[in-house]
Design a protein. Structure first.
Length: 70
């Protein structure tokens, strides 16, 4: 899970630099997407055990972040 956590931290860091909102508001908006991200990751790992889940989780996390930030 360290690779996924590293990608997640890079993604969050990129969003912090990109938006320049205050940190509390951004963290609150990140919470739903973080839960969705973790659940989808665990579901796909338990279901398939393949390498494709990295791409699927990254895409779904990005969509969830955009949806929760609206």
């Amino acid at each position: 899970m360290s690779a996924i956590e590293f990608k997640t931290s890079l993604f969050v860091g990129g969003m912090l630099i990109k938006t320049k909102k205050n940190y509390g508001q951004l963290l609150v908006s990140l919470l739903p997407s973080a839960f969705i991200f973790i659940f989808i990751y665990l579901y796909i790992v338990l279901l398939t055990q393949q390498r494709l889940y990295y791409l699927i989780v990254a895409i779904s996390g990005f969509i969830a972040f955009n949806y929760s930030a609206m």
